[in-house]
Ligand binder design. Structure first.
Ligand code: XCC
Ligand code: SF4
Length: 646
């Protein structure tokens, strides 16, 4: 076991060593035990959709080329891809539905511990949805907005309201291809239906529906989740935060919130700051209560409240192994069942809090809308009571500070000021070439890749080449751990053009934009950059590229596909893309899809090479826009002027 091969982050290396010496297993050890992993699964050519199977296609061509039903590799791989997109869309969207339900309950006064924090955004989104706002109470507007939002999941007619935010030519493309997303539930149900035995057996047709389903995520569930959360919990604005296991305190009650859905964790943060809770903590000998986050719940709390982040996905087990965590409350997604085992070695009390997510042996305390604060206080009290049970602790010292919490709103504000908030300065600096383009770095951590290495190397390569980087999810936390969200440190690594612009407008070169549902913020920002003018008419014209070199979940496939169907070039790590067992599917996703949507997938695992590919793409878009030509003053003749009609 070589901890350095498992992670590039020192704190994690230390904890990996520590767990190994203590004989405690984590994700890396379990991965070792799984090796060699199934070659059919890696290529996406196994099918167990019906009981005539499970079937698998021989990738070398000697053995069977068809499943019992006659399905070929194209169909099987395309179905697997579509099902991944559907599952990813479900994850983001079911999270959104929970938020929408609570939003509505809060607006109706049925969830007394929650209230609307950003009324400006409430009015803005309400107007966008055609809701009358003049002379109406905020709560009344919010009830109507909440009802419409919930309708987005199951409405019997019409398409996603958020998709209207896309540039006109983009909407035309979606219309022409018949992929404008309808009700979210419908797209997911149809995806599952199409991919059952004996239904859709044309890989192109299956993949086209993958686009529609993914768009229901990006321009539906995810975007709606982001906006409703902003209205309910406040729209983030850039602020300081700290990242890595060193945020755990040796002399305070440490609470970790982990997962994705901020409903419970928001209230836990509130409960932990209640004077009586702090007094109780002091009564048991602690100096206070420290709440820290892991995964996207962490991102949600960080960008809104500056709550420190203990780590990203692969840090969850390591955090417990510090022995300093009194309580961990988990909600949905990316929560390893392995936590339950690790927690048995320590005093940590683990709770599941989302009705959708339980773990055997772990106490389940579901959030109740009417009693949220009371339940949160119960959890915080359990943490305080548990402080006395602490044994030896081993908290790595590493932590880094950075600026996080950039949104479409705040970027515009920083660029143009309160009264003239606008993307104009950004567009101008892209057009004059000081900034070459924009890159999105998104994704997870995966034990198959040395933790944080690819996200951070890629980010460094890109800013060095004057590309402005926007990041979300565990990739953001990776950047944070390596001080790349610290504006001073990051600016030193930035190319001269990017650096100059960042210094003038006061933004760092890597913008931490929040959780994975907040990838929708990038879609909105890109649409507004198009609307600002000068960089083409559609998202596909922008000098923009995305990358996800460390991923784990089906959600990443859904995100990738909605970016592609929105016209964006997306690079993914080849060995984490299990859909290459069909030449036709591969050709479509890596090439032909560009004719349909202007975006496509590309596969590359090496961050330096991926950065080059993104740059090539960005420069080719700049060429097409005509902003790379050396500008010469054109002397007009009389005929030229007449031709111009001036
Ligand atoms: Fe999960 Fe969102 Fe991936 Fe991190 S980045 S491992 S999905 S927590 Ni979303
Ligand atoms: Fe096999 Fe076809 Fe059934 Fe899949 S759907 S398990 S390929 S028979």
């Amino acid at each position: 076991m070589d901890a350095k091969k498992r992670s590039t982050d020192k704190a994690a290396q230390e904890m990996i060593e520590y767990m190994s010496q203590a004989g405690q297993e984590n994700a890396w050890d379990r991965l070792d035990k799984q090796e060699p992993q199934c070659g059919f699964g890696k290529l996406g050519i196994c099918c167990r959709i019906c009981t005539m199977g499970p079937c698998r296609i021989d990738p070398f061509g000697d053995g069977p080329q068809l499943g019992v039903c006659g399905a070929d590799a194209d169909t099987i791989v395309a179905r697997n891809f579509l099902r991944a997109v559907a599952a990813g869309t479900s994850a983001h969207s079911d999270h959104c539905r929970t938020v929408a339900e609570l939003f509505l309950a809060a607006a109706r006064g049925d969830a007394p511990d929650y209230y609307i924090k950003d009324t400006e955004k409430l009015h803005r989104v309400a107007k966008e949805f055609g809701i009358a706002t003049d002379g109406r109470a905020d709560n009344e507007i919010a009830v109507e907005l909440g009802e419409i939002a919930l309708g987005e999941f199951g409405k019997s007619e019409g398409t996603q309201l958020m998709a209207r935010r896309a540039p006109e030519p983009r909407k035309e493309i979606w219309k022409k291809k018949n992929v404008t997303p309808r009700a979210i539930d419908r797209e997911v149900v149809e995806a599952l239906h199409r991919s059952t035995m004996g239904v859709d057996q044309d890989y192109k047709s299956l993949l086209m529906h993958a686009s529609r389903t993914a768009l229901a995520d990006g321009w539906g569930g995810s975007m709606l989740a982001t906006d409703l959360q902003d209205i309910l919990f406040g729209t983030p604005s850039p602020g300081k935060g700290e990242v890595n296991l060193g945020v755990l305190e040796s002399d305070e009650v440490n609470i970790i919130v982990h997962g994705h859905d901020p409903l419970m964790s928001e209230i836990i943060v509130e409960a932990a700051s209640a004077p009586e809770m702090i007094a109780n903590a002091k009564a048991v000998g602690a100096k206070g209560i420290n709440v820290a986050g892991i995964c996207c719940t962490a991102n949600e709390l960080l960008v809104r409240h500056g709550v420190p982040v203990a780590g990203n996905f692969l840090c969850q087990e390591l955090a417990i192994a510090t022995g300093a965590v009194e309580m961990m409350a988990v909600d949905v997604q990316c929560v390893m069942q392995g936590l339950a085992k690790v927690a048995t070695y320590y005093h940590t009390k683990l709770f599941t809090t989302a009705p959708q997510a339980k773990i055997p042996g772990v106490e389940h305390v579901p959030l109740e809308e009417e009693n949220a604060l009371k339940i949160a206080k119960k959890l915080v009290s359990a943490a305080i009571d548990n402080y006395k049970n602490r044994g030896n602790i081993n908290i790595p010292s590493e932590k880094e500070a950075g600026i996080m919490g950039f949104t479409n709103e705040s970027i515009k504000y920083m660029l143009g000021g309160k009264f003239r908030a606008s993307y104009r300065p950004l567009n101008d600096n892209i057009m004059n070439g000081k900034i070459r383009g924009i890159a999105a770095i998104v994704g997870c951590s995966n034990p198959k890749v040395p933790m944080d290495s690819t996200h951070t190397e890629l980010a460094k390569e890109l800013i060095k080449k004057d590309v402005l980087v926007l990041t979300t999810g565990c990739a953001t936390i990776a950047c944070g751990k390596q001080a790349l969200l610290n504006p001073k440190d990051a600016l030193e690594l930035a190319g001269p053009g990017l650096r100059e612009v960042c210094e003038v407008v006061g933004i760092p070169p890597i913008l931490a934009c929040g959780s994975c549902v907040d990838n929708s913020r990038l879609l909105v920002a890109a649409s507004e950059i198009v609307a600002e003018g000068g960089l083409g008419e559609d998202l596909s014209a922008l000098p923009l590229a995305g990358a996800c070199l460390e991923s784990i979940t089906e959600k990443a496939i859904a995100i990738g596909q909605y970016f592609v169907a929105s016209g964006v070039y997306v690079i993914f790590a080849k060995e984490l893309f299990p859909y290459l067992g069909s030449e036709n599917v591969k050709n479509y996703l890596l090439d032909e899809v560009e004719k349909d949507f202007g975006g496509r997938w590309a596969l590359e695992s090496d961050p330096v090479r991926a950065a080059e590919m993104m740059l090539e793409h960005i420069e080719s878009k700049r060429d097409s826009l005509g902003i790379n030509e050396a500008k010469e003053r054109k002397l007009y003749s009389m005929e030229d002027r007449q031709a111009l009609g001036v």
